[in-house]
Design a binder for this molecule. Structure first.
Ligand SMILES: Cc1cc2nc3c(=O)[nH]c(=O)nc-3n(C[C@H](O)[C@H](O)[C@H](O)COP(=O)(O)O)c2cc1C
Length: 145
């Protein structure tokens, strides 16, 4: 199974840590969508979109990348890191609409956050993603295949 994860991780590299932990143990290609805007994904069986969450949204470049590059009828999954560790994948819906994508999994964990006033108190979710988060992410990915 050929897999790719398109990610953006611009705050503290939290999401990058997660996808790199997966790529270290599993056969998956990583694409940093803040660098790469277009890619032919037709050969991939499994396509992941990974992002830190900013104002309850996936990163705009992840949304753009999905809208521009996601072919019809693919299996997709989401990975997100956020202060609240909630499911924010609804923010991707408009970008995948009309693509007949099948969402086969979602993974979320806490990510260190120093946005705005949180910086004054030393940030929230300090130390995350931690080793357990990374282990859980690898298990999540293995479970998709
Ligand atoms: C501008 C900004 C907005 C954020 N908004 C939210 C939010 O709405 N909900 C949330 O749970 N976390 C929010 N966070 C925290 C990030 O989602 C969290 O730190 C995430 O792990 C960052 O991922 P990254 O380091 O891969 O960019 C926000 C962070 C920033 C910088």
């Amino acid at each position: 199974m050929k897999a790719v994860i398109a990610y953006a991780s611009t705050h503290h590299g939290n999401t990058k840590k997660v996808v790199e932990a997966i790529a270290k143990e599993c056969d998956v290609e990583l694409v940093d969508v803040t660098q790469v805007r277009e890619k032919n994904l037709s050969d991939y069986d499994l396509i992941g979109f990974a992002s830190g969450i900013y104002a309850a949204q996936f990163h705009q470049q992840v949304k753009n990348f999905a809208q521009v590059n996601l072919p019809q009828g693919k299996k997709i999954f989401y990975i997100m890191t956020s202060a609240m560790d909630k499911d924010f994948s609804k923010s991707m819906e408009a970008s995948i609409s009309g693509k007949n994508a099948e969402v086969v999994g979602k993974f979320s964990c806490h990510g260190y956050n120093t946005f705005g006033p949180f910086k004054l108190v030393g940030g929230t979710s300090k130390g995350h993603p931690d080793e357990t988060d990374l282990k859980n992410a690898v298990e999540f990915f293995k479970g998709l295949q």
